[in-house]
Design a protein around this ligand. Structure first.
Ligand SMILES: [Zn+2]
Length: 433
């Protein structure tokens, strides 16, 4: 059976509580698109679709003529499918996990260690850090996608320290003044920013809960005033943007009394349009807040959390490890580049070896399209469009439609005969060494 090197997958769904509900979820829509017999339960969250060979969600091979039932088992039998470089570099493992996420309520503010720190943390605290690998991640918006990413420019943080006294109380006047006077000296700014963030994160719970309640009460009153004055006069009422009021109230309703609610004054609020991406390298503080995205990551579970979570928070490790380089939100959007050899392909190629994501957009005028071979195993997800896929390495033709997931071994090509009138959109994860 070794000649079968291209086949469809049935992928694992994770029903985490933060996921979008029922068919509001892109994950659920893709699942029923790929398998009309799949049952989506109303009222149940559909948070993540895992396309890969991770032991907690190993994809099923959707062809019972193949002896192995999961992708992980199949790769263990035929590691050559990875491509020789990938197989050697990553010890016969698929180096990435490809996902779709549908986020309804915020996920914890977090950062991921680099390889060196991951190894140290895993050795010291294996109960919190389950492996010794780094975990770079990339998120590409499928719908308008909101998140937090990286420290804001200092001017913005100083603005909040001025207009949000409850935030200033947690940072302290001394550190806040130091931040003000450190402007212009990048090294010093980074050090003082670390001091400011660390002081806030180390506040006693009673102190920050009191401040948070005061802030929420104040912003709520301002919002009511805003709504009423709009109703009465048509004029804009009190603007709460100087305290990031809408986002604060939203996060507080999801995580009341959580220190993470204050992190919005330190971190950039990202709003990505479909196709825009953020890359989360080592030590970059981030959180996903709302929306649907494609995600690709190195195979690891190492996460250091900072708030918006009931899970374990390792404040010391977190405050020590973070990247304290302030930068505008625009600089956190990761650019894609057009593939020089194929105008249909946009490459999202992060500065890590573990993965690359391609967005393949075939225009309506093109009816025959070849998915080019790469020297890596790859996983393809169809977002839009219909086609008949033919490959010398497949047992039979495969019908592609919204939600179909296809595994393609290294150096195999797939020919598509496109039948939908409006073209096709696909995402492909692979490892280009
Ligand atoms: Zn993350």
């Amino acid at each position: 059976m070794e000649e079968v090197r291209v086949f469809p997958l049935t992928c694992a769904v994770q029903n985490y509580a933060w996921g979008k509900i029922g068919l509001d979820s892109e994950v659920a829509k893709l699942v029923v698109g790929g398998d009309p017999l799949a049952v989506v339960e109303e009222g149940k969250p559909y948070a993540e679709l895992w396309m890969g060979a991770h032991p907690k969600g190993d994809a099923q091979i959707k062809d019972n003529r193949i002896a192995q039932t999961t992708l992980g088992q199949w790769i263990a039998h035929f590691p050559a499918c990875l491509g020789s470089k990938v197989k050697d570099t990553f010890q016969g493992q698929l180096p990435f996990l490809f996902k779709v996420l549908s986020v309804n309520t915020a996920l914890s503010i977090q950062a991921h260690p680099n390889r060196e720190l991951a190894a140290r943390l895993h050795a010291q605290f294996p109960e919190h850090y389950p492996d010794n690998n780094h975990k770079p991640e990339m998120a590409i918006a499928l719908t308008c996608f909101q998140g937090l990413c990286g420290f804001r420019p200092v001017e913005e943080i100083l603005g909040f320290l001025k207009s949000v006294p409850e935030f200033r109380a947690l940072v302290g006047n001394e550190a806040a003044d130091e931040l003000q006077s450190s402007r212009g000296d990048a090294v010093q700014t980074g050090q003082v920013l670390k001091k400011c963030f660390t002081r806030m994160m180390n506040c006693e719970k009673k102190v920050f809960v009191d401040q948070l309640n005061m802030l929420v009460k104040r912003v709520t009153e301002e919002e009511i005033f805003k709504t009423n004055s709009e109703k009465d006069t048509g004029a804009a009422g009190k603007d709460t943007s100087s305290s990031n009021g809408d986002l604060l109230l939203r996060l507080h309703s999801q995580y009341p009394g959580d220190i993470g609610c204050f992190s919005i004054y330190f971190l950039n609020h990202m709003v990505l349009d479909p196709g825009q991406a953020m890359f989360l390298g080592a030590n970059e503080p981030h959180a996903y807040l709302y929306g649907d995205c494609i995600e690709c990551m190195a195979c690891s579970d190492n996460t250091v959390r900072a708030g918006l979570t009931p899970k374990y928070i390792d404040v010391n490790t977190l405050c020590e490890m973070l990247n304290y380089s302030p930068a505008p939100s625009s600089s956190k959007i990761f650019p894609s580049v057009q593939d020089a050899s194929d105008p249909c392909v946009s490459l999202y190629d992060p500065p890590v070896p573990d993965f690359t994501v391609m967005r393949i957009q075939v225009p309506a005028s093109v009816k025959q399209y070849t998915v080019a071979p790469v020297d890596s195993a790859s996983i393809i997800l169809v977002i839009e469009g219909d086609a008949m896929a033919t490959s010398a390495a497949a047992l039979s033709d495969v019908t592609l439609r919204r939600g179909t997931v296809l595994f393609v071994s290294a150096n195999e090509s797939v020919s598509l005969h496109i039948t939908s009138p409006s073209g096709m959109t696909m995402f492909r994860a692979c490892c280009l060494l």
